[in-house]
Design a protein around this ligand. Structure first.
Ligand code: NAP
Length: 252
């Protein structure tokens, strides 16, 4: 029997939904009939515009300002979403930043900001949803990692460490909560066309494209499709996995 995605009618939190990959995930999930509460930290205008776009097309989405580095604010946000939407089924930890530099040039703040946003941000939201998921004996978590956390990338020691941490977190939590019908997976994107790549020099971009077997930089929708799959019924026997989405760049 062919299964439905099973996503219609669910409620999700997506962190960092105002731009890039998170924005594509918000749109993708809303198109599947999921009600989405998404966060932004600075770009209120883009968040508002996305919310209006989804509402105009008949979907349900709400934007909230949240700095994922703040544990107590993350708790307030999760409680508010549960009150406003009546339930919570899905968490997508997507918010992330880079501060790329060779280690010999990296400052303490460069290191801490990246660990705090990517890794601690993932802890802050997951810790605040997990008790509800355990009580209801259901829930799905998808963490956005990176090939940088799988393979390691030069000039990204801070980011590779944070993303490798997210991968360890994903695997450990998947084992811890599987008995409660909660799945925890990660997606590790390669180079994806978002503001995060805006600082890349053209020669480096051309070099990347030459090295990607599928011959292009990825699109945010390439990643959001994998997130939808991991959250769907079709993936209901998959947990603790990291799906690399990189056009073949880091084929092992
Ligand atoms: P992006 O276009 O720069 O968007 C980043 C998003 O995260 C924005 O919505 C931003 O909100 C939000 N954000 C940043 N700091 C935050 C904080 N402290 N609290 C809450 N939200 C915060 O980045 P992206 O390329 O879409 O990246 C999304 C995820 O994919 C990240 O985890 C990134 O590490 C990962 N990734 C990206 C690539 C790539 O090539 N693009 C590759 C591998 C993995 P504002 O709009 O308000 O600033």
């Amino acid at each position: 029997m062919i299964q439905e995605s099973g996503l219609k009618g669910k409620t999700a939190i997506v962190s960092g939904g105002s731009r890039g990959i998170g924005r594509a995930i918000v749109k993708h999930l809303c198109a599947c009939g999921v009600a989405v509460a998404f966060t932004y930290v600075k770009n209120g205008d883009q968040a508002q515009e996305l919310m209006e776009q989804i509402q105009a097309s008949g979907g349900r989405a709400a934007a909230f300002q949240l700095d994922v580095r703040d544990f107590l604010k993350a708790r307030e946000f999760v409680e508010k979403v549960k009150n406003d939407f009546g339930r919570l089924d899905i968490l997508v930890n997507n918010a992330g930043i880079t501060r790329d530099k060779a280690l010999m040039m990296m400052t303490g703040p460069d290191w801490l900001e990246v660990i705090d946003t990517n890794l601690n941000g993932t802890f802050n939201l997951t810790r605040n949803v997990i008790v509800g998921f355990l009580k209801q004996k259901s829930g799905d978590v998808v963490n956005i990692a990176s090939v940088s956390g799988v393979a390691g990338l030069a000039r990204q020691t801070n980011y590779s460490a944070a993303k490798a941490g997210i991968i360890g977190f994903t695997k450990a939590l998947a084992k811890e909560v599987a008995a409660y019908n909660i799945r925890v997976n990660a997606v590790a994107p390669g180079f994806i066309e978002t503001d995060m790549l805006s600082g890349l020099r053209q020669e480096y971009r051309d070099e990347i494209i030459k090295r990607v077997p599928l011959g292009r930089i990825g699109r945010p929708e390439d990643v959001s499709g994998v997130v939808e799959f991991l959250l769907s019924q079709q993936a209901n026997f998959i947990t603790g996995q990291v799906i690399v989405c990189d056009g073949g760049l880091f084929i092992q």
